[in-house]
Design a protein. Structure first.
Ligand SMILES: Nc1ncnc2c1ncn2[C@@H]1O[C@H](COP(=O)(O)OP(=O)(O)OP(=O)(O)O)[C@@H](O)[C@H]1O
Ligand SMILES: [Mg+2]
Length: 156
């Protein structure tokens, strides 16, 4: 968070995403900030991570420059797409939440999302169940539950 406060780099770049992951998890995992090399049940083929990540960032930049989506929808789409790529072996959920909030604050000048809503999103609880169900709906191209989840007081 201190690093984020100091950092003035472009948020919507793969460099920034990698640096943030390294800063978040570098003390815990020596591979923090390095892309996944093996398949998981979530995420694209590891071979496709660099290109997919670049495509996401380019699209997200385009969305902000052309006001393609309202800020909350851009954040929901960005978060979901990033966890769907699943660039790293672990920490993707937590990383993608902070990426989306940083985009909101620094690219859109908007307030971050209250993702956890007073719960611990890492633990099993109703909020987590709603969150995962919303991501699965987004996998099936239905963004409505994730939008509800992102909205202030939404999903509760
Ligand atoms: N069906 C799904 N589609 C897209 N993303 C999903 C799906 N199921 C789970 N996820 C995302 O993947 C994350 C789990 O991946 P990973 O373990 O890399 O991240 P994490 O930050 O360690 O999260 P967690 O603490 O939940 O384990 C979830 O928190 C969620 O954001
Ligand atoms: Mg995990």
């Amino acid at each position: 968070m201190q690093w984020l406060g100091r950092n003035r780099g472009e948020v919507l770049t793969d460099d920034f995403a990698v640096s943030l992951h390294k800063r978040m998890f570098g003390d815990v995992w020596d591979w923090a900030g390095m892309f996944r090399k093996t398949g998981k049940n979530i995420g694209v083929d590891p071979l496709h991570i660099p290109v997919q990540l670049r495509t996401l960032m380019d699209d997200a930049q385009y969305w902000s420059q052309n006001k393609t989506y309202p800020e909350l929808e851009a954040a929901a789409r960005f978060h979901h797409w990033l966890v769907q790529i699943h660039p790293f072996p672990n920490g993707n959920g937590r990383h993608s939440l902070i990426m989306a909030d940083t985009m909101l604050e620094r690219v859109y000048g908007a307030r971050p999302i209250d993702w956890a809503g007073g719960y611990d999103l890492q633990k099993m609880n109703d909020r987590r169940t709603t969150y995962i169900a919303a991501l699965k709906a987004a996998d099936a191209a239905n963004l409505t539950p994730l939008m509800a989840f992102c909205n202030p007081n939404g999903g509760r």
